[in-house]
Design a protein around this ligand. Structure first.
Ligand code: AMP
Length: 154
């Protein structure tokens, strides 16, 4: 018979665990069903440009295997993604002559997440330049040119 404690645990899992949906936009990018500007990839991770950049060089790092966010990611997925974040962040520092890097990561809608495949934002920063407002489509040619500068520094 289920105890009160185990029933409570089940209820908590129902509340916090939402299944991964393989129709999310980043899963489609991984399957090449929609286009992306790829900056870097290895066996476990992909980095591509954000099409609504809040800073020049704004890009996203994702695992190639499914998980919604940090809350359900395996340690191996997190380790692989963070290694790529570090690699691309250093390339952005060099290739864009950035003064710093902001890393952002959101979990579930109340935490600010909009696309439910784990991703880390890499936002190259220049002294005195604020982040742009979210949700503004960038100039694709300009984003492409910036992505090539990051790739060249990898
Ligand atoms: P969030 O889930 O809040 O961390 O943000 C999702 C990010 O994905 C936003 O910065 C969007 O600009 C970005 N984004 C949405 N669709 C695409 C796409 N097709 N290609 C590249 N970036 C995207």
């Amino acid at each position: 018979m289920q105890t009160l404690l185990s029933a409570q645990r089940d209820a908590e899992e129902d509340r916090t665990m939402t299944a991964y949906d393989d129709q999310n936009i980043f899963a489609k990018i991984l399957r090449d069903e929609i286009p992306s500007m790829r900056v870097y990839e290895d066996d476990d991770t992909l980095c591509f440009m954000d099409i609504m950049p809040r800073a020049d060089g704004h890009c996203l790092v994702i695992p190639k295997t499914p998980c919604r966010n940090v809350l359900d990611a395996s340690d191996a997925q997190l380790a692989a993604v963070m290694a790529t974040v570090k690699k691309v962040a250093n390339a952005a520092m060099a290739g864009l002559e950035a003064d710093g890097i902001t890393i952002q990561q959101f979990n579930e809608a109340p935490g600010g997440q909009e696309v439910f495949h784990l991703h880390f934002h890499i936002l190259p920063r220049h002294e005195g330049v604020s982040l742009r407002a979210p949700g503004q489509m960038g100039d694709m040619e300009q984003i492409k040119a910036i992505s090539e500068k990051i790739s060249a520094a990898l």
